[in-house]
Design a protein around this ligand. Structure first.
Ligand code: ADP
Ligand code: ASP
Ligand code: MG
Length: 418
């Protein structure tokens, strides 16, 4: 039997009526002759509420208990979706991660798949069930504890199931009708793309375009999953939405194909650290052990000594997600207390955002950075940190200019035109 994976995100299962709407889409595919694995998210807002409860209870929480709490939203929607399908005469059964079992690493709150054995679900299909409704975002560790995959992780659950079950396609149903040149909430000029290359989607996702979780794109690329993003609120057919595919399936290619942003960034500067071999390791080792995801790093090259310091000193600046600032601060203070690093001050700026332009065309075109910086300058946006790679350029700016910067860059690179 051909098999489809259909994933419904939070807004697509936000209430019972929307679950019914999603179930009707599933039923249509069953009537077309597919077995379907449905991956569901928690109802929209639910995961945020659960995360909030955990943080209020325990600011530097035990990640195992965080996962125990925040994974629960998906359990509710999985059961409700199975019930809704049964009410529509579609034989369906729900599956929590441990029942499949979805085996993951024990890296709580950012676990990775180890294996998804198909035996249990395949046996149910063989019994005549047409739909397996799987709770997204969760799994079970080798120690037998519940894990979660990081925010937005249901996308990754969907792609992993599509790979494990050799699905014909993995359809990600969401509240927009595809992948756009930038978040359509930021500018009405955003243009829907019919196709986008895996690599570009990977960059856009990792730079903040939360329409797909980064890891889901990585897996789709590795396992050649046909991945599609489409609307759960519109009538859709085989041609709807955006197909994420190999570069050579795409005819038209612009130098820059999208603009991404990440709102919840923080910038931290260690003022006057010693400039000596091993200093970066002494700073970023403890940060990594504390689970801080450091993104951009800037170290000034110092040519002279400062103030009362006898040796060479420098400033070290890095960015990380805003909700990891407390952890990062503690890691630095602990490291200072043990004497492994020294600094005069730790300056935290929590009012920054990252804006990035992405495009595989950058590989062969010069001048993208210049255009980017000129257009930001024209809007009087000050750049605090810059990072580049082969197919992206990112800047850290004051958060209040984020929307303005996205719109300016979208215009500057002519993304509204087809
Ligand atoms: P779901 O709950 O279905 O997983 P998400 O909220 O995680 O949905 O992702 C969909 C949202 O991603 C859209 O509502 C949109 O605001 C945002 N988004 C950000 N960048 C893009 C983009 N380039 N194209 C489409 N949507 C984007
Ligand atoms: N519910 C989880 C989240 O909000 C997973 C998901 O929706 O993909 O992050
Ligand atoms: Mg999502």
């Amino acid at each position: 039997m051909p098999l489809l994976v259909m994933k419904f995100g939070g807004t697509s299962v936000a209430d019972l009526a929307r679950i019914k709407n999603a179930a009707a889409k599933v039923k249509r595919e069953v009537e077309r002759g597919y077995d379907v694995i449905v991956i569901v998210s928690a109802m929209s807002g639910k995961t945020n509420e659960l995360v909030g409860w955990v943080e209020q209870t325990s600011p530097l929480f035990d990640a195992r208990e965080y996962d125990a709490v925040v994974s629960s939203g998906e359990n509710v929607t999985a059961g409700l979706m199975a019930l809704t399908l049964q009410e529509m005469d579609v034989p369906a059964r729900s599956w929590q991660g441990w029942q499949v079992p979805i085996l993951t690493t024990s890296a709580h709150s950012s676990a990775r798949f180890i294996d998804i054995p198909s035996t249990n679900i395949a046996a149910k299909f063989a019994e005549g069930f047409k739909v397996a409704v799987v709770a997204g975002f969760q799994g079970v560790s080798p120690e037998g504890r519940i894990t979660t995959l990081g925010r937005g992780g249901s996308d990754t659950t969907a792609v992993a199931f599509a790979a494990a079950f050799k699905a014909e396609r993995c359809d990600i149903y969401t509240d927009v009708d595809g992948v756009y040149t930038t978040d359509p909430r930021i500018t009405g000029k955003a243009r829907k793309l019919d196709k986008i290359a895996f690599e570009e989607m990977l960059e856009l996702a990792s730079l903040g375009a939360k329409v797909l979780q980064t890891r889901s794109v990585e897996l789709a690329m590795r396992y050649k999953v046909r991945l599609r993003v489409l609307s759960s609120f519109e009538d859709t057919d085989e041609t709807s939405g955006t197909l994420v595919c190999d570069e050579d399936e795409i005819m038209e290619s612009k130098v820059v194909s999208g603009v991404a942003y990440s709102r919840d960034e923080a910038k931290m500067t260690l003022v006057t650290v010693e400039d000596r071999p091993g200093i970066a390791a002494a700073i970023f080792g403890p940060l990594s052990e504390a689970g801080v995801n450091v993104d951009m790093i800037v170290q000034n090259i110092s040519e002279k000594n400062y103030g009362t310091h006898t040796g060479a000193v420098t400033d070290m600046t890095f960015s990380c997600p805003i909700n990891q600032v407390a952890r990062a601060k503690k890691a630095m203070e602990d490291a200072r207390a043990t004497g492994s690093i020294s600094y005069d001050d730790l300056v935290v700026d929590t009012d920054v955002a990252k804006v990035s332009v992405v495009g595989i065309g950058m590989r062969s075109h010069a001048g993208v950075a210049a255009t980017m910086f000129k257009s930001l300058a024209a809007e009087n946006v000050n750049i605090k940190v810059i990072a580049t790679s082969e197919i992206k350029i990112s800047v850290l700016i004051d958060r209040k200019y984020m929307e303005l910067a996205v719109q300016a860059l979208h215009d500057a690179f002519g993304l509204e035109r087809a």
